[in-house]
Design a binder for this molecule. Structure first.
Ligand code: IDP
Ligand code: MG
Length: 143
């Protein structure tokens, strides 16, 4: 997900470009202002933490871009591409390392496991919004 700070700062295109250039296939995508209930469900694991309210306020404060992407090792690779949660600790070359400063404004979200991805996809998308197609470069991306 490109969080509302990423959308407001005009970073959506270059973030999606990194995903596409890496070779991952975007199979669903939407621009939405997340409803509060969905945001609370999305971040359920953080309920009760001191930053929870600010996080939900922020994530619902404007449009965000949610995508579902596929590819070999996609979840771990995307987490690496996103970089550490705190952007000042995130490695240069990562999205957060290149584009952010504050933990509460860290530009992107990425699912951290297959189980989280399945849970989050269900929150953000209807199954009919996930598209099944082949990228023409697949034969050159994979051995
Ligand atoms: P992640 O996004 O790298 O998976 P999590 O620990 O799951 O990091 O936290 C979810 C989001 O909550 C972070 O991306 C960040 O926006 C926010 N967050 C996490 N820890 C803090 C904090 O200590 N202060 C403010 N915001 C935080
Ligand atoms: Mg997380």
């Amino acid at each position: 997900m490109v969080k509302p700070d990423g959308v407001q700062r005009g970073l959506t295109g270059q973030i999606l470009e990194r995903v596409e250039k890496k070779g991952f296939k975007i199979v669903a995508m939407k621009l939405v202002v997340m409803p509060r209930e969905k945001a609370e469900e999305h971040y359920a694991e953080h309920k009760g933490k001191p930053f929870f309210k600010d996080l939900v306020d922020f994530i619902t404060s404007g449009p965000s871009v949610s995508i579902v992407m596929e590819g070999r090792g996609a979840i771990a690779a995307m987490r690496k591409m996103n970089g550490a949660t705190n952007p000042v600790e995130a490695a240069p070359g990562t999205i957060r390392g290149d584009l952010g400063i504050e933990t509460g404004r860290n530009v992107v979200h990425g699912s951290d496991s297959p189980a989280s991805a399945a849970r989050e996809i269900e929150i953000h998308f209807d199954p009919s919004e996930l598209l099944d197609y082949k990228r023409i470069d697949e034969a050159w991306l994979y051995e």
